[in-house]
Design a protein around this ligand. Sequence first.
Ligand SMILES: [Zn+2]
Ligand SMILES: [Zn+2]
Length: 106
Amino acid sequence: MMVRCGACRNQFEVPGAGRFACPVCGSVNVVRESAGTAPPNMGGYPTAPGVAGTPAPPPPPPVTAPLPRIECPECSFSFLVGDIAVATCPNCGAQVRTGLGSPEEE
Ligand SMILES: [Zn+2]
Ligand SMILES: [Zn+2]
């Protein structure tokens, strides 16, 4: 099987699992039975025992929608609001309906 040296990335043939010195740079590479290709560790040190299988990939970060920006009808100050129906203008303190959050009442 072909393995790739973790130090110099040279590929060389090995008969199977074991520890083999790279013919190019001399770094000892640990080859495991299950590892089809190059060992994931770099530098020839085996990974910690007891780690079975491949770890699950981390969940993707939560996608946060950009906050809507509204403009105060009193002072034309533009500011970001959250998911609320009525926001208070940070500039003049006016109560501004955002059209968001709970439905508007007539
Ligand atoms: Zn090497
Ligand atoms: Zn305002």
